[in-house]
Design a protein around this ligand. Structure first.
Ligand SMILES: [Fe+2]
Length: 442
């Protein structure tokens, strides 16, 4: 058994595989480079690289798309066929992968935590756990999973900054904004190119309404988080949100075209941000041209493979279909979601309890049935974390409720939600003030 740079056991036939593992880990943590290509090259040379097979399975799984389940299963099978050579840690990684494939995300996250008890410096188990905490909307563990292992890390260990970056994001999602920012800045002192830590501090500024500072924060460090970074589209999205708040819609569209959605994509994580930004622009009545039709086409191309898999993605597909009046696509999506929701697993619950009512709400809103849209969002809004995403992403539900109230002439209801948003998003938010001005005259 070999040990990685943090002392975690890794089964591999060749010493070189360990170096490939370190490279792939760094790529996975930093979003710079392609960990799958690195692992594929290593596995071609070393079929006994069990951790490599498992890492490939887990990295693919965390992309959150159904189309990757088959290669995930293939990697798991390859690793399982060598389970006699595997360590306890690797057998647990196999178990976690099985649980993910069985849609038992809670179980998988517990298994990953069991690994972290024995191997708190297991950067793979930690990162996968963090991402799955995000996908299942578990803010507590976005913070606490990292808190539990932090005493075992220090600045001399490779990848320490990424652990701090994860902790920062968890603290932010638990509304501990000053602590989150301190942690993110510590991470960036060690590794300025940590896009996740940049992102964590960006969330703090977004939530605290530090709009001008947020713009400067992202723009001044653009060379750190944008070039060659697979996560850059999301930090561009955040920058666009700052401009959105300031009412600079021309700039928002420019950022959309250049950074958020510069070209056709089949990556759902990026389509989610495209839909989310265009929906916000539509709420504000901005002329977005044909952009939503283009994104709806891209979602439609994914329908057959992805509809009814992960409710958070489904909802964002529905935003595009509803906004473009594409009833057939919306119908197919809802049919797939209903099939999923009849199951008894976590993804079924996400679809049933959160996804479907919100898809109906988006449809109602787009057809100017505003009161119905509010009625559909209202019971779900407070538990919408169950289908994942961040506070900033789910703010779309509150914004839609406010806009629906304004358009239906219900100023009291709009002011009711605005009072809440004013506390959650800071009175500094100019977007909030714009809406308050409109609500005052309804
Ligand atoms: Fe974000």
């Amino acid at each position: 058994m070999r040990l990685d740079a943090r002392g975690v056991p890794v089964s591999a036939g060749r010493a070189e595989s360990l170096q490939h593992y370190e490279t792939a880990l760094q790529q996975f943590q930093s979003y710079v480079g392609d960990p799958i290509a690195t692992l594929d090259a290593a596995l071609a040379e070393d079929p006994d690289f069990v951790t490599g097979q498992l890492m490939k399975a887990l990295v693919l799984y965390t992309l959150g798309e159904r189309k990757f389940l088959e290669p995930v299963q293939a990697c798991l099978s390859a690793a399982s066929s060598r389970s006699d050579q595997a360590s306890d840690r690797e057998r647990r990684l196999m178990r976690a992968t099985e649980q993910l494939l069985a849609k038992d995300w809670h179980g998988a996250c517990r298994t990953l935590d069991r690994i972290l008890i024995d191997h708190p410096r297991d950067a793979l188990a930690l990162q996968v756990g963090h991402l799955m905490d995000f996908y299942r909307g578990d803010a507590l563990n976005l913070r606490n999973r990292v808190t539990r292992v932090l005493p075992h890390w220090d600045a001399d260990m490779p990848g320490y900054s990424y652990v701090l970056g994860m902790h920062a994001f968890g603290l932010e999602e638990m509304n501990q904004y000053p602590q989150a920012e301190i942690e993110a800045r510590r991470a960036l002192e060690i590794e300025p190119r940590d896009g996740w830590a940049v992102h964590a501090a960006t969330h703090v500024m977004e939530m605290q309404g530090r709009i001008e500072e947020g713009m400067t924060w992202l723009e001044s460090r653009q060379q750190d988080w944008a070039p060659d970074n697979g996560f850059a589209f999301h930090n561009w999205w955040h920058l666009a949100l700052f401009y959105m708040d300031g009412g600079r819609f021309d700039k928002v569209l420019e950022l959309y075209d250049a950074g958020v959605h510069p070209e056709a994509s089949s990556m759902l994580l990026s389509l989610v941000d495209a839909s989310a930004l265009l929906w916000r622009l539509s709420l504000e009545g901005v002329d977005i041209g044909r952009r939503f039709e283009v994104v709806a086409d891209e979602w439609a191309a994914q329908l057959e493979a992805e509809a009814g898999y992960y409710a958070f993605n489904d909802f964002h597909a529905a935003l595009a279909f509803a906004a473009c009046g594409r009833r057939d696509d919306l119908g197919s999506l809802k049919q797939a979601m209903r099939r999923t929701s009849s199951g008894d697993d976590l993804l079924a619950a996400m679809s049933r309890d959160v996804g479907l009512p919100l898809v109906d709400a988006a449809e109602a809103f787009s057809q100017a049935r505003y009161e119905q849209a509010i009625d559909l969002i209202e019971p779900v809004r407070d538990v919408a974390n169950r289908f994942g995403g961040s506070h900033a992403q789910r703010d779309l539900l509150t914004l839609t409720s406010i806009e629906a109230a304004l358009r239906s002439g219900d100023g009291a209801r709009a002011r009711h939600y605005l009072a809440e948003r004013r506390v959650l998003k800071s009175p500094e938010s100019r977007w909030g003030r714009r809406l308050e001005a409109r609500a005052a005259s309804v």
